[in-house]
Design a protein around this ligand. Structure first.
Ligand code: ATP
Ligand code: MG
Length: 568
């Protein structure tokens, strides 16, 4: 490809609205352009990288025995009503109507479409198991689209779905796709880990997320410092055994705590530790009031709360409702004398607090010497808090540390969540009707591209790994108006293409400084520069990653490149 014939609008300034490296460089090097918030055009270089990621995904999915298909992005609302997600998916789902006022959604995911397809087409156990996948644009009206391609509102996903007659069969495909995913992210050159995850809105049980380790990751991974345990902190269970101090239980006393509205200010005022305090938060769990108690130095994990109640929605109660239900504003809340009808649930750690401190449900007052059960009701104890660094690892080996991760893939065992809701059944060997057992498997293809961009760069621009680089070689004649240089450039361009190198030739009449800056910014693995020694048939080869430069005779260029490409 010649640069004069394509569109690579490089920039010299870092775009103001881009705050992570991948987003800055994808814009600056002319790979993408933003169209609207979270919505992008892939320019020719960006499209090539995207396609390379897709090709790796395709190869590994095909090898794992999955067949590609393509389903519609525009989906009838009826299917989502059947599964129930029309009512529970929330504002992320893009909804629209056609000219007859029939409701549709733009596909955020495809469980509904594929389940309806398979229920119509597969009737017998003889046709199962079956694994199908597609690579397609998805739409999600994200609350905070950000970091460029990492969290878009329109993005490219590979989604796969498997159908089975038994959990063993699902387990086999799950394991096979686990391996395929590991291959895909390894081939993309990413530093990743597979972690145990929460099934969230998908309604499944066994699930793993594939996380690229990165400081800009929005997820936190809790991993053991001495075993291979790794989980999303959203779901990592806390296995700490709490013990009571043995101190005698005192009498409750109300104390004045003006202006102390946070755990730390209350603890300071009363000269106690945060561990001695109760944190009380009023939640709406599927609309019901639930007072949640955790120790002052702990944080409520709303996903654990959601799972405990098997709820569709969990949110903090709005301020006005807190006042209505508990009689005061947040900052002085507590569990003592809470009226019936408000469920009180507590993290296990709360049970072990002797003579604790909590809000008195009266503005500016706290209680001291409160003890669970004696002074306040707890309807249920459960694991409700986020794991913390230094906690015992849930597998019992070592302690927990945190790392940040970008979720690039997610695999789930769905079970019969969709087949039961949507009546996707088959006839077994005995002629009995059974719901299909399902799995689903996603990869953020465009997010993976951004994760690679985030990992492979230096101060001058991209340093693409060869598997994903938009081109193999950047051929740069310094002065295209020079007859010798131009002729040699054309000759080498043809020769390299014949040797199956994908070449980008900078045939623009630009100054050398502009060409070199752009070349480093674009970041192809190897640059071949044609300059003053063109008349002697000598060119310069530069390896982008190491900066290593050598001069070679044109006759030796192909063999030199072969050698270089073996080593990078
Ligand atoms: P997240 O927690 O990041 O919102 P998710 O749990 O909603 O992700 P899934 O529904 O599991 O994501 O989608 C499968 C994959 O699609 C994810 O692993 C991720 O790589 C990708 N993905 C999800 N949302 C986006 C987005 N807004 N932009 C780009 N890729 C996304
Ligand atoms: Mg999401």
């Amino acid at each position: 490809m010649k640069q004069s014939q394509t569109l690579i609008p490089t920039m010299r300034e870092v775009p103001a609205d881009a705050d992570v490296k991948s987003h800055q460089l994808l814009l600056k090097a002319g790979f993408i352009r933003q169209n609207a918030s979270g919505i992008y055009s892939y320019l020719p270089l960006g499209k090539k990288v995207l396609r390379k990621v897709e090709d790796i995904v395709r190869e590994e999915m095909d090898n794992a025995g999955a067949a590609e298909l393509l389903m519609p992005a525009l989906q009838q609302a009826e299917l989502w009503q059947e599964s129930g997600r029309w009512y529970t998916y929330g504002p992320e789902l893009m909804r629209l109507s056609d000219r007859h006022e029939r409701k549709f959604v733009l596909g955020a995911t495809h469980e509904e479409v594929i389940t309806s397809l398979i229920r119509d087409e597969v009737k017998s156990y003889k046709r199962l198991p079956l694994t199908l996948y597609q690579i397609q644009t998805k739409f999600r009206d994200e609350q905070r689209p950000r970091f460029g391609l990492l969290r878009g509102r329109e993005f490219v996903m590979k989604d796969a779905y498997s159908f089975h007659t038994s959990h063993e069969s699902l387990g086999e495909v799950y394991d096979r796709l686990f391996t395929a995913y590991s291959n895909i992210f390894r081939r993309c050159g990413l530093n990743f880990r597979a972690v145990i995850a929460d099934s969230g809105a998908m309604g499944g049980k066994d699930t793993h997320e594939f996380m690229v380790l990165s400081d800009i990751g929005e997820d936190t991974i809790a991993y053991s410092n001495s075993s291979d345990y790794a989980a999303n902190i959203e779901m990592a269970p806390v296995v700490t055994a709490y013990e009571k101090s043995g101190e005698a239980e005192g009498e409750v006393e109300k104390v004045s705590t003006p202006d102390a509205k946070t755990i730390s200010s209350v603890a300071e005022l009363l000269n106690v530790s945060a561990e001695q305090c109760l944190k009380s938060l009023l939640f709406k769990v599927d609309g019901e009031n639930v007072l949640v108690l955790v120790r002052g130095d702990h944080e409520v994990n709303d996903i654990k709360l959601k799972n405990l109640f098997q709820a569709d929605t969990v949110e903090l109660a709005p301020h006005e409702e807190v006042s209505e239900v508990l009689g005061c504003t947040i900052g002085s809340l507590g569990p003592v004398n809470v009226k019936e009808g408000v469920k009180v649930i507590a993290d296990h750690a709360v049970k072990a607090i002797t003579n604790g401190v909590c809000g008195a449900n009266e503005e500016g007052y706290h209680f001291i010497n409160v003890n669970a059960e004696k002074d306040y009701r707890v309807d249920q104890y459960a694991d409700l808090r986020f794991i913390q660094e230094g906690d015992v690892s849930p597998d019992g080996e070592g302690t927990i540390q945190f790392a940040k991760g970008i979720e690039v893939g997610h695999i789930f065992k769905l079970g019969t969540r969709y087949s039961e809701a949507m009546n996707a059944v088959y006839l077994d060997e005995n002629g009995r009707t059974q719901p299909m057992i399902m799995g689903c498997y996603g990869i953020g293809v465009s997010r993976t591209m951004a994760a690679v961009a985030e990992q492979f760069n230096d101060e001058n621009g991209f340093v693409w790994p060869k598997a994903l680089s938009p081109f193999d070689v950047h051929l740069v004649p310094i002065n295209i108006k020079d007859e010798n240089q131009r002729t040699l450039a054309e000759e080498i361009y043809s020769a390299l293409r014949e040797s199956r190198y994908d070449v980008l030739m900078d045939d623009r009449a630009e100054r050398p400084g502009v060409k070199f800056t752009d070349s480093d910014l674009i970041g192809l693995p190897v640059r071949v520069t044609i300059g003053k020694k063109a008349a002697e048939g000598i060119v310069e080869v530069k390896v982008r990653k190491t900066g290593e430069m050598i001069e070679v005779q044109k006759s030796e260029l192909v063999s030199t490149l072969h050698e270089i490409f073996q080593t990078i």
